[in-house]
Ligand binder design. Structure first.
Ligand code: NAD
Ligand code: TYD
Length: 347
């Protein structure tokens, strides 16, 4: 099989590529990535010399380029992760999210439709999406696969739109697809703009920890390798034209998560207890901030036998260890443009 994975130089994509390249030596894995600020080939050092792996630099916004790529390589399947992925950036520049997340997805769908048209057998368009398309929950309840879409941020609206297009291409043109909607991921290789790696980096550098609003927002957290395992299962065993919710059965209020992170960091950095917590600073809330996300992942558990493999405490500890061991990676990604972003967002 020739599998095109988009966004493979990013956080989740890099873990998925590593898993697929090592596990499926008989498959040819192509990684298409535009290497935006979030894409980093340092994330793929373990696979770069492998015979069943190729990197392609390119932008999914470019329909001509995408068509030529399908023609040249005759992909059998697509696993689509390339996206603009950070809510705060989507608030500042919604159009960039419409371009990559909506138009880019449409371009891939068009290419798949055109090149697979005569032979859809054993073809698959796998669209990787987020639980944020469901909007926000109150204090109780869980998102299931049938929860109505109700996105609140430009990011989630663009992902919701792309999900709808994927489903529409399935219904209208018979394109075989599968979608998964996952909760918040954490782990190695995550760009330090998202909560956990941002706060790890700030603690290392004794910088304030900017908690939005009162910190009582809730997210369901999943270790990134468990997400990659879930994608593998859905790709190989999931029903086509279906959706799977993926989650960690692991809800945390932001402030409780940050407190746990601070405690683990103090221990690992051999700093006096309470030093990291002193860095917590409550800042202006994010506009349209969703109160709570929580996933009911019972379908993927029941149908495909998937479950998270690590507890949150273990996953968080492994994640911190990775960032402490990879200071060079952190230095590379936090130089240059990152400083500008940080100033605009927080200072
Ligand atoms: P990321 O921001 O770390 O990586 C995105 C990758 O896409 C980068 O390598 C970037 O260079 C590439 N990219 C961006 N625009 C592109 C374009 N126009 N053409 C080609 N490549 C482009 O994102 P992530 O956190 O790894 O998320 C991957 C996917 O999973 C996204 O679709 C996201 O919506 C979804 N998702 C993420 C989470 C999460 O918690 N991070 C949770 C659920 C779903
Ligand atoms: P984030 O990692 O951006 O993921 P998402 O918004 O997609 O869930 O944020 C996770 C939670 O942490 C969210 O409720 C917003 C909050 N947050 C802060 O309090 N401060 C920050 O600096 C960031 C980046 C996030």
């Amino acid at each position: 099989m020739k599998i095109l994975i988009t966004g493979g130089a990013g956080f989740i994509g890099s873990h998925l590529i590593s898993l697929f390249v090592s596990k499926y030596q008989q498959h040819q894995i192509f990684n298409l990535d535009a290497l935006t600020y979030a894409g980093n080939l340092e994330n793929l050092k373990d696979v770069e010399g492998e015979l069943n792996y190729s990197f392609i630099l390119g932008d999914i916004i470019d329909q001509g380029f995408i068509n030529a790529l399908f023609k040249k390589h005759q992909f059998d399947a697509v696993i689509h992760l390339a996206a603009e992925s950070h809510v705060d950036r989507s608030i500042k520049d919604p159009l960039a999210f419409a371009r990559t997340n909506i138009l880019g997805t449409l371009n891939l769908l068009n290419a798949a439709r055109e090149f697979w048209n005569d032979d859809l057998k054993d073809k698959l368009f796998y669209h990787v999406s987020t639980d944020e398309v469901y909007g926000t929950l109150g204090e109780t309840g869980l998102f299931t696969e049938t929860t109505a879409y109700d996105p609140n941020s430009p990011y989630s609206a663009s992902k919701a739109s792309s999900d709808h297009f994927v489903r529409a291409y399935g219904e209208t043109y018979g394109l075989p697809y599968v979608i998964s909607n996952c909760s918040n991921n954490y782990g190695p290789n995550q760009f330090p703009e998202k909560l956990i790696p941002l706060f790890i980096n700030n603690i290392i550098n004794n910088k304030p920890l900017p908690v939005y609003g009162d910190g009582n927002y809730t997210r369901d957290w999943l270790y990134v390798i468990d997400h990659a395992r879930a994608i593998d299962l859905v790709f190989h065993k999931g029903k086509t034209k279906d959706t799977y919710n993926i989650g960690g059965f692991n809800e945390w209020k932001n402030i409780d998560l940050v407190t746990l992170l601070c405690q683990q960091m103090d221990e690992k950095l051999a700093r006096p207890k309470g030093s990291s917590e002193k860095l917590i600073t409550y800042v202006k809330d994010r506009p349209g901030h969703d109160l709570r996300y929580a996933i009911d992942a019972s379908k993927i558990k029941k149908e495909l036998g998937w479950e998270p493999s690590v507890t949150f405490e273990e996953g968080l500890s492994k994640t911190i260890d990775w960032y402490l061991e990879n200071t060079e990676w952190l230095e590379h990604v936090t130089s240059g443009a990152y400083q500008e972003y940080y100033k605009k967002q927080y200072l």
